[in-house]
Design a protein around this ligand. Structure first.
Ligand code: SF4
Ligand code: SF4
Length: 632
């Protein structure tokens, strides 16, 4: 069904790696356990039920098949331990169900709803009651059996043993009748459970592990490039058939757990977008289109008619949703696919983004500053361009912020000074450097991105560039992961990685103490996209006197500054400003300053500090600036 509608995509490569993911995320549920309450709750139900089914199967196999052949395992101590385990796991399932009911119907966390309104559905309760009823009838059957037979070793069946006390006044015939009755109830409930799977949230027992198995093996944040600009009539995702089959399959794997929504900066700042709702709305339409209406009739346009345009444009591409989704659903490429349709097929997108694109087209930077001025920040620093010395070891790819933005230029200067002091052989492209294209790519203008990327690749290859340093995680990510599509294979390093290495090698001497408390803000494109959490922290901790404190939302759970996914260039007129929220989180640490490792984050948090009138008391500095201060 998914393959009949969606585009082809190979998700059967590297089966060994896929099985490993299935084992870790499917069976051991590593992502689910990141949240203690929900993880324990789900774990009790999942592992309990798994062991009970396995035990029942084992028991039935022995009774019906092996025992008649004279082979029996469940005897003596093995039987007692088996009985005890089955009891404990049965009780575990009941415990999990109590936790689930308490959470869903009494605690009511926002993530199980949308904007404070719970989205409980009848099957949420039916499933829990059904599982609970299967377990309880199982205990009753056992208790009635123990009541009648009363063998002393059955004390190992602790649940049934103590429950049997309830039937102490019941005579043998009545107990036998109720035993039979309950056995049939138990059997019918178990069959009902199986029959209910396709019609309820229980389907996730099948679809979620399957989705985990088929999950992407590509680097985090990978975007498949558009390869048919010459021939295609439409670009991006306008209709269901524009998704790949796996992107459609994602809809059926969503369990509505809400983990994605819990840290989504767009949702938390009051915007309409919720990654959970986004997937569920697509799922609803997919079901409508296939199951209820059939594929005949006029199809709705996904961007605009199925998904509100505000939602599509509110996403900062922060990757929180994908990082925390236990079903390994891939939200961000879908958002970008819908944006591509609006930008490339309909040319219908925000005027401020149109201006940004024009600036990139004309001057290869989002501000539209003359491209010839790109290298001016380095004028008096004695830095060679690659045209002057193509033999340097590293290209410092400065990026647009580092080249044109006054605040960003200071970071470029600090980094250049550090590299010079450490004796690193590096050069810049100067006016030959172009915009890396990350913002164009993520706002859906893939055509512009490819043009910018190909120009840069040609220039860099022309100079034989092999290693690149960049201070911008957006440039870092796109140079590392998107440029290889177009023949740009370079070793790319973020400046925090290089600085950490130079400190470790003793090439940087930090002699000046900075006795201050600093919080570190994780850039999404450095942290969640590239797993670089330690390098900036190691660097900061090596500054004498500096005390590093963590924000409540940090590392994998870091809160976006609001600038990713092209949002840097867009108005934010819905809900609260994300950068102000992040700034409030900085202020809450009580730190003297906040260290960042991304020029976009620097701009957003600096603006937030101004907005909160804290710019005089709380400093916002790039890691490189702090290091340079400690060296100078
Ligand atoms: S990428 Fe970030 S902003 Fe976009 S939907 Fe996911 S969590 Fe929300
Ligand atoms: S998309 Fe993933 S994290 Fe979000 S509700 Fe669905 S299963 Fe949960």
């Amino acid at each position: 069904m998914w393959k009949a509608i969606g585009k082809p995509e190979n998700r059967l490569d590297n089966v060994k790696e896929r099985l490993k993911i299935l084992l870790l995320d499917g069976f051991f549920q590593l992502k689910t356990f990141r949240e203690p309450y929900a993880g324990i709750m789900h774990g009790l139900i999942f592992f309990g039920f798994f062991v009970l089914i396995f035990g029942a199967f084992f028991d039935a196999t022995e009774y019906h098949i092996t025992e008649p052949l004279g082979i029996a395992f469940l005897r003596g101590k093995v039987y007692l331990i088996f009985s005890l385990l089955m009891e404990l796991f049965g009780l575990a399932v009941l415990g999990g169900i109590v936790l689930a009911l308490f959470r869903r119907y009494i605690q009511k966390p926002d993530r199980l709803g949308y904007k404070g309104v719970p989205d409980n559905r009848p099957d949420d309760a039916v499933v829990l009651i059904l599982i609970g009823a299967i377990i309880i009838t199982g205990f009753i059957i056992e208790a009635l059996r123990i009541h009648v037979t009363r063998p002393p070793w059955e004390v190992w069946s602790i649940g049934g043993w103590y429950l049997s006390a309830l039937f102490s006044g019941m005579n043998g015939d009545a107990a036998r009748f109720w035993h039979k009755f309950t056995w049939w109830m138990h059997a019918l409930l178990s069959l009902a459970f199986i029959a209910y799977i396709p019609y309820s949230r229980l389907i996730h027992i099948i679809t979620t592990p399957a989705n985990q198995f088929f999950s992407t093996l590509k680097p985090k944040g990978y975007l498949e490039p558009i390869r048919d600009f010459e021939t295609a009539e439409s670009f991006g995702v306008g209709k269901l058939a524009d998704f790949t089959w796996k992107q459609i399959f994602d809809f059926d794997a969503c369990t509505r757990c809400g983990r994605c929504q819990d840290g989504c900066p767009a949702y938390l700042s009051g915007k309409k977008l919720s990654p959970k709702k986004f997937i569920q709305d697509l799922k609803k339409y997919w079901e409508e289109r296939t199951v209820r209406q059939g594929t005949e009739g006029e199809e709705k346009l996904l961007p605009g008619e199925v998904i509100d345009l505000h939602e599509i444009w509110a996403c900062t591409n922060c990757m929180y949703c994908m990082e925390h989704c236990p079903a390994l659903i891939e939200h961000v490429p879908k958002v970008i696919g819908l944006r591509q349709y609006k930008v490339l097929t309909e040319a219908d997108f925000a005027p401020e983004l149109q201006l940004t694109c024009r600036n990139m087209e004309n001057n290869s930077n989002p501000w539209g500053v003359g491209a010839h001025l790109r290298g001016d920040w380095a004028k008096d620093l004695g830095i060679k361009t690659l045209a002057e010395d193509p033999g340097v070891e590293y290209l410092f790819f400065v990026g647009c912020s580092g080249s044109f933005d006054d605040r960003g230029k200071k970071v470029s200067v600090a980094l250049a000074r550090i590299l010079q002091a450490a004796g690193v052989s590096f050069g810049i492209l100067g006016a030959e450097e172009g915009c890396c294209g990350d913002s164009a790519l993520r706002m859906g203008n893939e055509y512009l991105f490819q043009t910018l990327a190909q120009t840069n690749i040609e220039t860099m290859k022309g100079y034989g560039v092999k290693k690149i340093i960049t201070a911008c995680p957006h440039g870092y990510n796109t140079l590392k992961k998107d440029y290889p599509h177009f023949g740009g294979d370079f070793e790319v390093y973020h400046h925090t990685e290089i600085i950490a290495k130079l400190i470790a090698e003793g090439k940087i001497k930090l002699t000046k103490p900075l006795p201050q408390v600093y919080a570190y803000h994780d850039s999404c494109f450095l942290g969640r996209y590239n797993g670089i959490y330690e390098a900036p922290r190691t660097v900061l901790k090596s500054i004498p006197g500096l005390k590093l404190v963590e924000m409540e939302r940090c590392r994998e759970k870091g809160f976006c500054c609001g600038a990713g996914g092209g949002r840097m260039w867009m108005e934010e007129d819905e809900g609260e400003r994300i950068n102000n929220m992040r700034t409030d989180q900085v202020i809450a640490t009580g730190a003297d300053g906040v260290a960042v490792a991304c020029p976009f984050c620097l701009t957003m948090i600096t603006d937030g500090l101004k907005e909160r009138k804290k710019e005089e008391t709380i400093a916002a500095l790039d890691v490189a600036e702090l290091i340079w201060q400690a060296m100078a």
